[in-house]
Design a protein around this ligand. Sequence first.
Ligand SMILES: C[S@@+](CC[C@H](N)C(=O)[O-])C[C@H]1O[C@@H](n2cnc3c(N)ncnc32)[C@H](O)[C@@H]1O
Length: 190
Amino acid sequence: MRLAYADPPYLGQARKHYGPEAREVDHALLIAHLLEFDGWALSLSSPSISKIAPLLPEGVRWGAWVKPFASFKPGVNPAYAWEPVVFKPARTLGEDVDTARDWVRANITLRRGVSGAKPVAFCRWLFAMLGAERTDQFHDLFPGSGAVNDAWIAWVMECPLPLTPGKPVRYLEPVGSSAPPKGGNNAPGA
Ligand SMILES: C[S@@+](CC[C@H](N)C(=O)[O-])C[C@H]1O[C@@H](n2cnc3c(N)ncnc32)[C@H](O)[C@@H]1O
């Protein structure tokens, strides 16, 4: 399967974050391109939801990256401390794997040289949302620091080989996550 992740500059903020040479991304064109993939995800800012939602096809899922530590700015209260991620999985996760959440809790990165560089926990959550398998092709359309592609390579390298034909094993736990409660993380109250 072919997977794509698009992490463009926030709508209307290309020059603010990426300098005078950065051009605004045409989100209608970008979404049309994403639809060519089997599974895809698009990061955006919460203020741009109303502009981008009408460009999306029916049936896409919305996830949330929630940031306990975010970019807190003077005079901005409440802070912008979460980011929507629209996604279309390449596969439905089966009952043979733990139930993934449609949100992830992870702090923003600092000093990576690129504004918006994604943390590893975010990347691993993204791969789970996409229903990724290690044999998939992964296309990072706005690589920036390269963090997402690096996380993909690390995930593929540690992902167990499918040992039973037709029953691929997926590694979905984000780095640093605690062990699931007894009975797996599908247990009531988990
Ligand atoms: C949000 S960052 C991507 C961060 C990346 N996911 C990471 O983890 O490092 C957006 C990237 O798109 C680049 N960019 C800015 N304007 C662009 C444009 N018009 N077309 C393509 N890339 C652009 C920026 O230089 C930046 O590297």
